[in-house]
Design a protein around this ligand. Structure first.
Ligand SMILES: Nc1ncnc2c1ncn2[C@@H]1O[C@H](COP(=O)(O)OP(=O)(O)OP(=O)(O)O)[C@@H](O)[C@H]1O
Length: 307
């Protein structure tokens, strides 16, 4: 399977309700997600990420377009396409009287997993809930609930795991645990799709990234290539004190930072760092220390979703 998911011409129009007009949340999106990848689906609030994920999960009906999950067309083989995917949702509401073990058993039942094929104990172990296996859900901490949601998404051993904002509001320990689990599952061959507001996290975790904005795909690229798109770097120089600056090559923008250092932003495709340093040196600007700053995903994201 080369593509875990193939989406073409995907449109979603939410019908008008009361005073609210109809809303076109997805405007004909084409997107392939390669199998075996950790794929980031990013976009500003209201871009259409949840709509897309909910369509993949079979929770929202699309208006138009084709969705193929693990080779199964959603409209032709709805059961198989649903079985190929597991979704860890954003919201934490769960039945307060179910224990983690019972929740997993019920979920496995919903997916028609035969008793002999269930892996409840392994799942509890995987997400670190073995000791809480028999505790009521209402007694679980927020972090434990989230881990239970991850385990629930995995009961039917899906090929594809979708994580919708998995680390929103969780502490660093839990975040690391989640990412360790995700990496382990990915190494075992599972395709991972995640949405996150933490761009640093996407930069670190994802092989490829798609950015959607106003219901349209803005870009889909390998994370490295995407970061390379921003043609902007910054040299940050400690000059000891504010000094008169010489003329710099065209395209370079100097600025004094509040900490007293000189920051020169420049396009590396046209200007080399040594040209900047030479210009400063020949004007006797002291160069006590130099640091170089790369653009990060945040910069690229802002540039691509501006307006
Ligand atoms: N059930 C619904 N009925 C009507 N409009 C909706 C519904 N769900 C979402 N929308 C609208 O569709 C658009 C896309 O929403 P969606 O939740 O998919 O965005 P998102 O990218 O997931 O945003 P967020 O990051 O805030 O979760 C928004 O304008 C939203 O208001």
């Amino acid at each position: 399977m080369s593509n875990a998911i193939e989406i073409s011409g995907l449109r979603k129009i939410y019908a008008a309700q009361g005073n609210a007009p109809a809303k076109e949340a997805l405007k004909g999106v084409d997107l392939n997600i390669p199998s075996g990848s950790i794929f980031g689906l990013l976009g500003p609030n209201g871009a259409g990420k949840s709509t897309m994920i909910n369509i993949l999960a079979g929770l929202v009906n699309k208006t138009e377009g084709r969705v193929v999950i693990w080779g199964f067309d959603q409209d032709v083989n709805p059961r198989q396409s649903r079985a190929a995917i597991g979704v860890m949702p954003q919201e934490l509401n769960m039945d307060p009287y179910f224990t983690p073990r019972a929740s997993l058993e019920v979920q496995a039942g919903l997916y028609g997993v035969p008793k002999a094929d269930r892996w409840t104990d392994e799942l509890l172990e995987l997400v670190g809930l073995t000791d809480q296996a028999e505790a009521y859900a209402r007694n679980l901490s927020g972090g434990m609930r989230r881990r239970l949601l991850l385990a629930k998404a995995l009961v039917h051993r899906p090929h594809i795991l979708v994580l919708d904002e998995p680390t929103a509001g969780v502490d660093i320990t839990l975040r690391e645990m989640l990412w360790n689990n995700v990496r382990k599952l990915n190494e075992q061959g599972m395709t991972i799709i995640l949405t996150t507001h933490y761009l640093e996290e996407a930069e670190e975790m994802c092989d490829e990234i798609a950015i959607i904005n106003h219901g349209e795909l803005v870009v889909r690229q390998g994370t490295r290539e995407l970061l390379g798109r921003a043609d902007g770097k910054t040299l940050v120089i400690d000059t000891g004190e504010r000094v008169e600056l010489p003329a710099l090559p065209d395209g370079a923008h100097p600025e004094w930072r509040p900490d007293g250092r000189l920051a020169i932003s420049y396009p590396p495709s046209r200007i080399r760092a040594d040209q900047l340093l030479d210009a400063l040196r020949s004007a006797n600007v002291p160069i006590i220390d130099v640091a170089s700053e790369q653009p990060d995903l945040e910069d690229v994201f802002v540039e691509l979703t501006r307006g």
